[in-house]
Structure formats: C-alpha cells, structure tokens
Ligand binder design. Structure first.
Ligand code: SIN
Length: 497
C-alpha cells in the first residue's frame, strides 16, 4: 500500500449514506463478503477496499437464482415493473452525490463528471420504466380466411451483463433497465477496477423493492465468471461493453449455446471540421468529445480531421483550451481531467504520442510532468495514417490533427477503419451535411455537436464496433423475443364454412 492510500473507512466516511459502500457480491438477495481482491484509487494507487473474487460455483449460484426469479418477475404486470424501476430511479437521484463520490473514488473522473454520469445512468432507468408500458406486439392481417395472426413480445430470459470501468454506473443502467422492464433477470459482472458503483446500484435496487434473485452482481476477475456465464445454457443473452478483442472472444464462447448478443465495442471516431464550420463551436465540440472522461470513452474523437483553410485557426484555439485543462485528482475542486485508469493505459497513450512524434507529428501544447497516474493532454499536428493513433484507440487525452483538402479525402479517411461507432463533423453547408452524414459508415453521426449520448436516441456501432443498440425504443427490443401466434378455426366461430 502506498503512503497515499485511502483506507476504506475514509471513503465510507465521505458518504452521507455509508451503507451504499459494499465490499460484497450480491447473489440471490444475499451479500457475500470476502476480501479476496483489492480495489485501488487510480489517483493515488491507495487501497479503497476489498471484494470477493467470485468462483465458477458462485456464478452458477447467481445464474440459478436468476432462473428461479424469472417466472415471478415475468409474471408481474408491465406497470408493476415500471413502478419498481421508477422507485429505483428516484433513489438514484436522491443518492446522486454519494454515488458520484463512490464513482470518482474508484474510476477517477472529476466529481462533476461523475455526478453527470449518475444522472445519465438514471435517465436510462426512467426511460425504460416508461417504455415498459409500451411493449406492444402486433395483430397481423391473415393471408387466409378464418385465421388470426399475432406477434407477441416475451422477455429473452436470464441475461449476463458484462460492463467496463470507464462508465461504471451508466453502462449498467443502460443494459439492466431495459432488461428488467422487458421482464428479464440479470447476472451482472462489473469491471474488477470499478465494482463499488455497481454494488451501490444493487443496494438501491433492493431498497426500491426489486425482488431477490432478479438482479445479481458478481465481483472478481473476469475469466472464471465470464466463462461460466457464456457457457451456461440457462443464460439466453449476453450484453457486453468493452474492447472488440474481448467482445469477439465472448461471442465465440456464446456460440455453442447460441445466445442473443448485444456488443458495444471499440471505436476510432473521426472528428471532421470543414472550412465553413463555426470554429468556436467546433473547438467546443472537440473538447467535449475528446476530453470527456479524459478521453477514455469508446465514442470520443480519436482522430481530428481539419480542412486546410481553417486548420491553423482551429489548431490555435484548440491548443489554448487544452493548455488550460486542469489535471488532477477527481476529488479536487476545479479538476477537469482525472487520472487514467492504470499504468497500462498511461503506457499506451505515451507510446502513441512517441510513435506519432517519431513519424513527423508536432506537439503544439505545453509539456507538463504530472507523475505516473495522469496523462498529459496533448494536441499533435501533422498526423498521418501510418501512425499508431490513426488505427488504434488511444483511449486518452490526445488530439491528433490530420489536415485534409477535399470532402472526398475526408470521407476516405473517416471510413478508412474497421470500426464504425461514432463520427462527428462540423459544417454550415446543409447539402453537405446530409450527403456526408449519409456516407459515414458508423452507428452514431454527430453534426455540429460533440455529444451523442442520450437515453432517447439509439446508441451502438456497425462493422467492428459491435452489434445491437442501447437506449431508445431499440434498447428494449434487445431483451425481447417475438413469438408468432397463429390462431385458426375462426371462420367456424364466426359462422363461416
Ligand atoms: C462508452 O464510451 O462506452 C459509452 C459512452 C457513452 O455512453 O456516452
């Protein structure tokens, strides 16, 4: 333990409701406490607390609990499930400050951003509580007389939810809320870097009255838990957010039991600024997209493409904003960028910057020595497609600027990646807006805005960025099956032949 260590008692003491901080897994309504693994504060490296490293047998127990809970949960009316979700939503808002403190402690993002994530997460719970009442099937005109055709919606069944460390609250809410609304039960595996936000949501779910077994949370290393969840024939769906490499691995593990899959995977978002763009708005959008969560988001701008005529003005304005970013512990007032999640993240960011500089890029922002846990925010000009940061997700506060001349060139650069999650572009030309937006090979297009995340809009990617959509109307469909119901003999009842 380092001298900066924050002992568990300190985090608990910072909470208005210390009971929200649990160092235990939740299986069938029982809290299983064991100190198998430590969770650290990314800002200091100090120990925040402990957690159980759940075994394959404990994972089987959680799956069995979810299976037992499935029948009664599915049998509740949609209105009852909606009311329970609304009660959970209310508790999230009531405890938003504590949830944000837990999130900042384990993930590192500034407190204001953590609070924004809590509200973002809660917005999915409210949205899907409302959607629960609109899970309508269909009555389909029959091609033959005396027959009626129905399409009925049913919950998929027990779902496995595997979530990342970069949004420890919102990624759970975005998956669990539609699943519960649809009538599914859940076994959740949060990242082993950030389990406490998930466990706090579990406490609030219990208080909201969500029955035992409906929502189970397993902590620990991913291998045994992931392998057991994916191999189980009882688990009918996997929803995963994380890297494309792990997503493909999990999809392979799910193949023998043919599970329904939702995969929200890696990105390599282009952020394109045309000569006719409003420069101030484009810089503001670039800051929001690139530096949210210190650049540790799947949808953040990974490559900034700027047309020649506006290049120098845009670069100067962006560099000034980046030089003004305050980097430090997320708990410190005024911090705009917190620590990176771990040493491997820092090493990758530094390797991308060094590789770009070695291949001819120029650094246009000041250099700061921030120590081993923080990444120096940087703008690089002269970026080219042969650099690592052009083809790999940097997942950090690095903005490489690629200069381009024509719209065709920008489109080729934007689409020249196996990924297809988000793309941002700034232009005042409405004809180009629709032409260019339609040609982008992504699931999320942002025109003159740096934000693509709202509960109301479908979220997800194409190509190597994944399968399925979260949020919006589409998000609940991912947790539903459609059963066709063919009813014959109606002509006789109606007095026909
Ligand atoms: C992500 O980066 O995985 C999610 C970002 C978001 O929901 O805005």
């Amino acid at each position: 333990m380092t001298t900066h260590a924050i002992p568990t008692a300190d985090l608990r003491a910072r909470l208005r409701d210390p009971d929200l901080f649990r160092e235990a897994a939740l299986i069938d309504g029982a809290w299983l406490s064991r100190a198998d693994m430590e969770v650290t504060d990314p800002a200091t490296g100090g120990t925040l607390g402990q957690m159980p490293d759940c075994t394959a047998a404990e994972t089987e127990a959680a799956i069995a609990a979810a299976e037992r809970a499935m029948g009664p949960w599915k049998a509740r009316t949609h209105l009852e499930r909606a009311d329970l979700l609304l009660a959970w939503h209310r508790l999230m808002l009531d405890h938003a400050d504590d949830l944000a403190s837990i999130l900042t402690a384990e993930q590192g993002k500034p407190l204001a951003e953590a609070k924004a994530e809590i509200l973002y997460g809660a917005s999915f719970v409210r949205w899907f509580a409302e959607e629960a009442r609109r899970i309508n099937g269909a009555v389909i005109p029959s091609p033959v007389p005396g027959k009626m055709l129905l399409a009925m919606k049913e919950p998929v069944g027990v779902c496995a939810i595997i979530t990342p460390w970069n949004f420890p609250n919102a990624m759970i809410a975005r998956k669990v809320a539609p699943g519960l609304a649809a009538g599914c039960t859940m076994v959740i595996k949060p990242s082993d870097f950030t389990p406490y936000s998930a466990l706090a949501l579990g406490v609030l779910a219990e208080r909201a009255g969500i029955p035992k077994g409906v929502l189970n949370i397993l902590t620990g290393r991913p291998e045994a838990i992931g392998a057991t969840l994916t191999a189980s024939p009882v688990v009918r769906k996997l929803s995963f957010t994380g890297s494309t490499r792990v997503g493909a691995l999990l999809a392979g593990q799910c193949a023998p039991t043919l599970k329904k899959l939702s995969l929200e995977l890696g990105g390599n978002a282009p952020f394109i600024v045309f000569d006719d763009a409003d420069v101030d708005a484009a810089v503001e959008g670039a800051m929001a997209s690139k530096f949210r969560n210190g650049g540790q988001t799947c949808v953040c701008a990974n490559r900034v493409l700027v047309q020649s005529g506006i290049h120098d003005r845009f670069v100067a304005a962006l560099a000034a904003k980046v030089d003004a970013l305050k980097v430090g512990a997320g708990t410190k007032p005024g911090t705009m960028i917190g620590p990176m999640i771990n040493a491997a993240a820092i090493a990758k960011i530094e390797a991308h910057v060094e590789d770009a500089l070695a291949r001819g890029a120029t650094r246009v922002t000041r250099r700061r020595d921030l120590g081993a846990r923080f990444a120096d925010p940087v703008v690089l000009t002269g970026a080219t497609p042969d650099m690592r940061l052009a083809s790999e997700e940097t997942f950090g506060p690095v903005a490489p600027i690629f200069r381009f001349e024509t719209e065709d060139e920008a489109l080729a650069l934007a689409n020249g990646t196996p990924f297809g999650l988000a793309a941002y572009f700034y232009t005042a030309d409405m004809s180009r807006a629709f032409r260019f937006g339609a040609a982008l090979e992504v699931g999320l297009v942002a025109l003159n805005t740096g934000a693509v995340s709202h509960a109301e809009a479908p979220f997800g990617g194409v190509k190597a960025s994944g399968l399925g959509r979260e949020g919006a109307r589409e998000g609940i469909e991912e947790y539903l099956e459609t059963k066709a119901f063919h009813i014959g003999g109606l002509a006789r009842i109606a007095g026909g032949a």
